[in-house]
Design a protein around this ligand. Structure first.
Ligand SMILES: [Zn+2]
Length: 109
């Protein structure tokens, strides 16, 4: 173990986690853009990806780089970039109003 000091190990792990997250974020941003598909805003927005069928899926935090590459290469058309606020609103419309993504997209985009 390269770190005998637990605090130094903790800092190293935190740096590694941030670097890994940034690599994942970069892949998502390059594939889906940094703009919300619904409100078209990007400034001060954390963009997440929404599965158009509304079914649960792994969040960015839960995915590793291989998961993300696979998603982009094989299922990209099933997802869209949304800001957190629009993502919550879209799910509300899908669950509470029973709207499919294509109808949500027509009314909101
Ligand atoms: Zn939005």
């Amino acid at each position: 173990m390269p770190y005998k000091d637990k605090e130094e190990l903790r800092r190293h792990k935190k740096d590694w986690d941030m670097t890994y997250y940034q690599k994942k974020r970069k892949l998502i941003d390059e594939a889906f853009g940094k703009e919300c598909h619904v409100c078209h805003k990007s400034e001060n927005k954390v963009i997440c990806i929404h599965k158009k069928d509304g079914q649960p899926h792994k969040k960015l935090k839960q995915m590793n780089l291989a998961d993300i590459r696979y998603l982009i290469e094989n299922n990209k058309d099933e997802y869209v970039a949304l800001c957190a606020l629009c993502h919550t609103s879209v799910h509300w419309c899908m669950v509470r109003l029973g709207l499919r993504w294509d109808l949500v997209e027509v009314y909101w985009s």
